[in-house]
Design a protein around this ligand. Structure first.
Ligand SMILES: [Zn+2]
Length: 83
């Protein structure tokens, strides 16, 4: 008889924390960050509202979370300049 054996579902240890961050524009956790270390820039893009920014302060030690920090700084700087 075709008795089905349940496959053990093993939870894998999280290899990568998804690079998704809070968007200062729309409030959704939809910011995706891609770091191109060879090209020394990173792109920040919100999947919800389309906010986009290129961060060109990238060095071999830069992590997505650093890029996010820079992005937030730049974002609020631009905003205060608009006033
Ligand atoms: Zn957004």
């Amino acid at each position: 008889m075709g008795r089905r054996r349940r496959q053990k579902v093993r939870k894998r240890p999280q290899k990568r924390i998804p690079d998704v961050y809070d968007c200062p524009e729309c409030g959704n956790t939809a910011i995706k960050i891609e770091v191109y270390k060879e090209k020394q820039f990173a792109s920040v893009k919100c999947g919800a509202c389309g906010l986009e920014m290129i961060i060109d302060e990238v060095n071999p030690l830069t992590e997505a979370v650093d890029v996010y920090g820079t992005f937030i700084d730049e974002y609020y700087k631009e905003r205060s300049e608009e006033e």
